[in-house]
Design a protein around this ligand. Structure first.
Ligand code: DGL
Length: 275
């Protein structure tokens, strides 16, 4: 019988904590290990090959920690690496899930005009993953995309209240909304963006629904466990949380507090030599 192990949650940095927070709220009974690749963030403007390599290295580090299930709480990694890892790299008994499917599966519940805007990193936009997945599941929905290359650095550097954040959030939302007057739903298709929510709300007309992914991903994991009891049974229980970063743990602890909503202890994990 397979050894049980904690659920791994991965992001290029802190953003995945916004998803992890919601997973932990719904499923507090499991053991979890979070890994943020803060030393190499952002992933959003890197090539397909680089995001794939970095993500694969981190996922395998989480497997080494005993995880049998890893959630890529990162849209860029889900868009550029998930499928290749699932198809080519998974050892027997290991599973990796992403955040794009839970969002696209539920998008029709939020839009009435069938015009949806995607705010995401350059990598996610260029991959066209949202466009393709949504058109497969809901061909009636039209998707408009906007790359927001400055939003992740603003969040990672805790510049979320500064003038720069106001400037770029306003500019990117205006550019996206100019693509269709009927858009009624905006997806925060990057796990870092919920931290900018007060600004995003400020620059989005009130009739437009702003959709963060955390709760959708958490609900979909609950559902996945029902459909795949063998994966659920491979996840250890014990309500414990471990946080790893590839960069400075003290820095991680300070900022993670903002993302996760409560104080945490972090340790450094070397994923490749020197990082
Ligand atoms: N949080 C990641 C996402 O959801 C991206 C951050 C980055 O650019 O590294 O796409």
């Amino acid at each position: 019988m397979q050894h049980k192990g904690p659920i791994g949650v991965f992001d290029s940095g802190y953003g995945g904590l916004t998803v992890f927070k919601e997973i932990y709220k719904r499923l507090p009974q499991y053991e979890y290990v979070y890994l943020g690749d803060n030393a190499r963030v952002p992933y959003g403007n890197r090539s397909f090959e680089t995001v794939y390599e970095y993500t694969k290295e981190c996922v395998f580090k989480l497997f080494e920690q005993g995880c049998n299930l890893v959630i890529l709480a990162c849209n860029t990694a889900s868009a550029k690496a998930l499928r290749s890892i699932q198809q080519q790299d998974l050892p027997a008994g290991k599973k990796v899930l992403g955040v794009i499917r839970p969002t696209t599966e539920n998008i029709h519940l939020f839009t009435k005009s069938n015009k949806v805007g995607i705010l995401a990193t350059q990598g996610t936009v260029l991959s066209n993953s949202y466009k393709m997945e949504i058109s497969k599941m809901h061909p009636e929905i039209e998707v408009f995309q906007q790359a927001c290359p400055f939003w992740v650095p603003l969040v990672e550097n805790n510049e979320i209240h500064g003038e720069g954040a106001h400037f770029f959030v306003k500019k990117d939302i205006e550019e996206l909304l100019a693509k269709s007057p009927d858009m009624d739903t905006l997806v925060l298709a990057c796990t870092h963006y919920p931290l900018l929510l007060p600004l995003i709300e400020q620059y989005t007309p009130p009739h437009i629904h702003i959709l963060a992914q955390g709760d959708l991903v958490a609900k979909s994991l609950v559902d996945y466990f029902k459909r795949h009891p063998e994966v659920e049974q491979a996840c250890s229980k014990g309500n414990s949380l471990k946080f790893f970063t590839t960069d400075d743990p003290l820095d991680f602890e300070q900022k993670a507090n903002i993302f996760f909503g409560k104080p945490i202890k972090a340790e450094k994990l070397e994923v490749v030599r020197g990082i």
